[in-house]
Ligand binder design. Sequence first.
Ligand SMILES: *[C@@H]1O[C@H](CO)[C@@H](O)[C@H](O)[C@H]1NC(C)=O
Ligand SMILES: *[C@@H]1O[C@H](CO)[C@@H](O)[C@H](O)[C@H]1NC(C)=O
Ligand SMILES: *[C@@H]1O[C@H](CO)[C@@H](O)[C@H](O)[C@H]1NC(C)=O
Length: 502
Amino acid sequence: MSLSETITLPDGTKYEQPLGLFINNEFVQGTGGLIESYSPHSTKLITSVHAASAEDVDKAVQVAREAYNKTWKHIEPSDKGKLMWKLADLLEKNGEILGKIDAIDAGKPFENNALNDIAQSASLCRYYAGYTDKVPGKYTQINADKFVYEVQEPYGVVGQIVPWNYPLAMAQWKILGAIAAGNTVVIKSAENTPLSLLYFGNLIIEAGFPPGVVNIISGWGKEAGSAIASHMDIDKVAFTGSTAVGKLIQQMASASNLKAVTLECGGKSPCVVFEDADLESAVRHASLGIFYNSGQNCTANSRIILHESVHDKFLQLFKDYVDSNWIVGDPFDPKVTVGPLVSKVQRDRVQSYIDHGLNVEKLERFMGNEPVKAEGYYIPPTVFINVPTTSKLWKEEIFGPVAVVCKFSTYDEALQLANDTTYGLGSAVFSTNIKRAHRFAAGLQAGTVWINSSNDEDVRASFGGYKQSGEGSGRELGEKGLLIYTQTKAVHVNLDLEGSKL
Ligand SMILES: *[C@@H]1O[C@H](CO)[C@@H](O)[C@H](O)[C@H]1NC(C)=O
Ligand SMILES: *[C@@H]1O[C@H](CO)[C@@H](O)[C@H](O)[C@H]1NC(C)=O
Ligand SMILES: *[C@@H]1O[C@H](CO)[C@@H](O)[C@H](O)[C@H]1NC(C)=O
């Protein structure tokens, strides 16, 4: 099977799409069959890429191990930084094409979504480029004779598995922190969205990275994903995806070589609006928090919790705002802000929640009554109101443009509702009383709290989950997103001053 193909995008752009596995700075044949990649807008096949078998994963790990031992380990931290600066420039230079690839492959609106992912990736790349020579350590004086210094060392070879909702950006969150900390990487893209990450392989070569530092494979979770999680020569695995799969990854990691694990899993984030909030601003943020990326976001604020005195007013403003700002349609149309869901499977899954809400639970649908008139895998922005906490739609992560709304009357009730979930990734609270907002933030069980905004992530701040949204201390982005790719070595030094004659 061929290793690349010329693809013509819907806007007429032609480009060369790599199809092989990217191992040792080369695109090579995979032996795990083929993965077909479809456009969720046209529903047509874009192309097929090579899938990695467990043997291919082995090969990639061997190459990454060799690169770690023979080259990457010996390159000065600041020189690693220079390569990453170059990579950031290349991400920007190739931003249009990378954005267009994510637009066709994942259905992300090109202008209003896909380009943001690339811009974020480039800033993160510069942020971590600057960290290569600033990995912090610690010094402790024990007594006059003794001291201890603690250094953060890379693990070695890191395996990474990324989801389909941010095909390029999620991969950058993982690759960049790991290589800046001095590791080499084997990363697997999601089955639905392999194309942009393969194209990124070109940039790794062009930036001048030594072969084997970054290896990119396409593959099925069951075969290639399992091979990574249970590999005996991978020192750490990082995964973003569903909580169910996260649990499996952790099991495989411990059953094999007890490799370190970082997990970023599901969410059911609350968005609480107090009676004194600036409603128009809250509406803008809350609608972004659920409809951006068609709600396919682990921090999507899918539970909107409104003070009873502003409930009706908020909903009216919300509907008006969404009708004129969250425009559903073709990802290549510059007006569009809500694209199709990533696949038929995902569309059907989201639709089954809506059907369950309507037909089984008899929930009240406030928005989303008109189906989208297009061929692709679309779901209109949908809101259910007066949803009880016993509802399946309140409890489970839907991962689509579907929000549930309920009312509260007291502060305590609001906090209880907000924390009433097995997840703990994001959360948002709106109030003009800044004291109350901070107190509420302290009570929320979530790794991220936004006060008077929602989902405005920043590469400098850590990101990760409480409860079943993560594995505890694991965080991405910020300094922590680099430190998760290091392990601590304490070196005890005995100067033995007493016994020595100077
Ligand atoms: C957030 O808090 C600030 C400071 O109190 C206030 O000016 C702003 O209107 C608040 N925003 C919302 C959405 O309530
Ligand atoms: C958050 O709410 C949960 C559920 O009501 C409660 O158990 C927990 O104590 C709350 N957290 C705080 C810090 O109040
Ligand atoms: C969606 O998820 C990503 C990564 O999980 C996060 O950076 C972002 O802030 C989220 N929200 C939006 C609106 O993109």
